[in-house]
Design a binder for this molecule. Structure first.
Ligand code: ADP
Length: 491
């Protein structure tokens, strides 16, 4: 029998996102919104990325061309432009609205770090435009089969689709971090122009307020998040952040699809930031990068002392207080520690103090530094992520690709990407790192000690390095997961 031709035409997906690297990025969502649509395009999907026309987008997008124009009372001119993302060539649909999006400052905050007071109006408009494109009122000559929404800024889109009259497409809502929910006072509802009856538990209301994310989670046809384990965790306390009831109720349409990594940017064989390239069959270069890192950061150049790395936002979420609590014991093992990050002032100070106490053994760099983040991944022996929660996490995947053994808390995407060392996983070739179960200093330290003793057994250590470097964390697999989801939605 000939193979079944499941679709005669390409599936068309409007991928709506408030960020896309390199035009605008405040976190992991910017990376995902660049790589995932590119991977979807390669997988045969006709994808267009709907993005607000911030200054970075207006300046960096290529070959802009007007698609439609309208005038909104109190807002002014709103245009839809077609364009292309600079690196990938992914087609964009830009919402050009100078009154809302062309401002100095960040996408959500002004230069002083305060939220824009009209964030609800800005992202309600963005969501409404996405919904219009998915309805029979679509002003474009391209009609998507579905809309794919990402995080709270797009959360009202499924709600608008629900209330728009006439034919309309289904929606997918993806959660990249449930801690950010887009919550506004109840009187904001009027500005969104959603009907008053939408403001109840079976709608956009959330403990007396309006929640954009809850709206998305309630009205979307499918919900996804960025790892299978996080998809389970958010259906319970404490990681459900108040949404656990709704998510558990909707578990039949909720799934986790693991993020991929950019395998070109994170490739130790072609990484411009490294002093010497390396790969699984040629690890000599890794030792050279360790030496260069120790020299660069003023650490004692000791090839045989294990070097433990961290690159992270320094926030409560990331669990780095466990490292502070156990640092004396770790350093006296002996071991060296190198940390790069920015975040909460008290934690930053505590790490600076630690570095001052251990010159030559501990290096702390406060700041954002792309080059150093690559150099730490390449030069460290182990990489620590004691996160309290981690929707997916990227660094544990970069680490494995760079032959740096991850040491992680058993949460979210960390569980799905790191295989703990046990006699069984060593025997079957799957072991890639060290995983600790309970968020406590004692368990964290026990995992570090397990890792330090494995390090002293060079044969085991090389096995772990090679196991990790062989893993496939490409976007190709993740894109297949989304394609299957889209197809299930059309069935
Ligand atoms: P999150 O999105 O919660 O911050 P992820 O692990 O998903 O955590 O992604 C963080 C990304 O930001 C990674 O690519 C990491 O290397 C990078 N990063 C975090 N802090 C810094 C820093 N100070 N300098 C350079 N890169 C950083």
């Amino acid at each position: 029998m000939p193979p079944v031709n499941r679709r005669k035409t390409r599936l068309k997906v409007l991928f709506a996102t408030p960020e896309i690297r390199p035009l605008v990025k405040t976190g992991g969502l910017g990376d995902v919104s660049a790589s995932l649509p590119a991977a979807l395009m390669k997988a045969g999907i006709d994808v267009r990325v709907l993005v607000p026309g911030y200054p970075g987008v207006m300046a960096g997008a290529q070959h802009e061309c007007l698609l439609s124009r309208t005038e909104l009372p109190g807002v002014g001119e709103v245009k839809l432009l077609s364009a292309y993302a600079p690196d990938s060539g992914v087609p964009l649909i830009i919402v050009e609205c100078p009154a809302y999006f062309e401002r100095k400052g960040g996408p959500y905050q002004n230069a002083a770090g305060h939220d824009w007071p009209d964030n609800a109006q800005r992202f309600a408009l963005f969501s409404k435009i996405g919904a219009l494109i998915g309805s029979s009122a679509n002003p474009l000559d391209w009609q998507p089969d579905m809309v794919h929404c990402n995080d709270w800024q797009t959360g009202l889109m499924p709600a608008y689709l629900h209330y728009i009259a006439g034919p309309k497409v289904p929606s997918v809502m993806t959660i990249h971090n449930l801690a950010y929910q887009g919550i506004f006072p109840p009187e904001t509802l009027a500005a969104t122009e959603l009907p008053p009856e939408s403001f109840n538990m079976q709608g956009v209301e959330y403990y007396g307020n309006l929640s954009f994310l809850k709206a998305g989670l309630f009205y979307a046809n499918r919900i996804t998040t960025v790892s299978p384990t996080y998809a389970q965790e958010i259906q319970r306390e404490p990681l459900g952040f108040g949404m656990q009831g709704l998510l558990a109720e909707r578990s039949a349409v909720l799934s986790g699809i693991l993020n991929g990594i950019d395998e070109e940017e994170w490739n130790p064989w072609h990484d411009p930031y490294l002093v010497e390239p390396f790969h699984g069959g040629r690890l000599k270069g890794k030792a050279a990068n360790k030496r260069a890192l120790q020299e660069r950061l003023g650490l004692a150049v000791e090839p045989d002392v294990p070097l433990l790395g961290v690159v992270s936002r320094i926030t409560h979420q990331k669990g780095l207080d466990l490292l502070l609590a156990t640092a004396d014991k770790i350093i006296s093992a002996p071991a060296q520690v190198v940390l790069l990050g920015t975040g909460e002032a008290a934690l930053e100070t505590a790490f600076r103090t630690l570095a001052a106490r251990y010159p030559g053994r501990v290096s702390v760099t406060i700041g954002f530094n792309e080059a150093l983040s690559h150099q730490i991944e390449a030069g460290a022996d182990m990489f620590m992520m004691p996160s309290r929660f981690e929707p997916c996490g990227l660094n544990q995947m970069y680490s494995q690709r760079y032959g740096t053994i991850p040491l992680v808390h058993a949460t979210g995407g960390l569980v799905d990407t790191v295989v703990d060392v046990t006699p069984e996983t060593l025997a079957d070739g799957s072991a890639t790192g060290f995983v600790f179960g309970k968020e406590s200093a004692t368990e964290f330290l026990a995992a570090v000690q397990r890792a330090l003793s494995a390090y002293r057994d060079q044969k085991t250590w090389r096995t772990l390095i090679k196991n990790g470097m062989r893993r496939d964390f490409s976007w190709k697999q993740s894109a297949q997961g989304y394609v299957a989801l889209y197809e299930s939605l059309m069935a």
